[in-house]
Design a protein around this ligand. Structure first.
Ligand SMILES: [Zn+2]
Length: 86
């Protein structure tokens, strides 16, 4: 199960955006899921992760983003079947 919200906390507030990417670190021991992030915080998250790696708080390795498929309803998403009905 993935969290329903972006894992980023900015200015003391949790980001209310739904997550769009799963962030993981691929190290020689395996892959570690670190968190999820919205598109806006993607860069911020990877910068933070790099500094945590330098501090040794997160396993060393390359940072990967995997797109999270949207869950639930979204009015932006276009269903091809709806287009056919038009
Ligand atoms: Zn966010």
């Amino acid at each position: 199960m993935f969290p329903e919200r972006c894992s980023v906390r900015a200015d003391g507030r949790d980001c209310p955006m739904p997550p769009e990417f799963v962030i993981s670190v691929k190290s020689k021991d395996g892959e570690y899921m670190v968190g999820v992030t919205c598109d806006n915080h993607k860069k911020m998250f990877s910068d933070k992760l790099e500094s945590l790696q330098k501090e040794g708080k997160v396993p060393q390795g390359s940072i990967h983003f995997a797109e999270l498929k949207p869950v639930g309803t979204s009015c932006i998403k276009i269903d091809p079947n709806d287009l056919i009905q038009l």
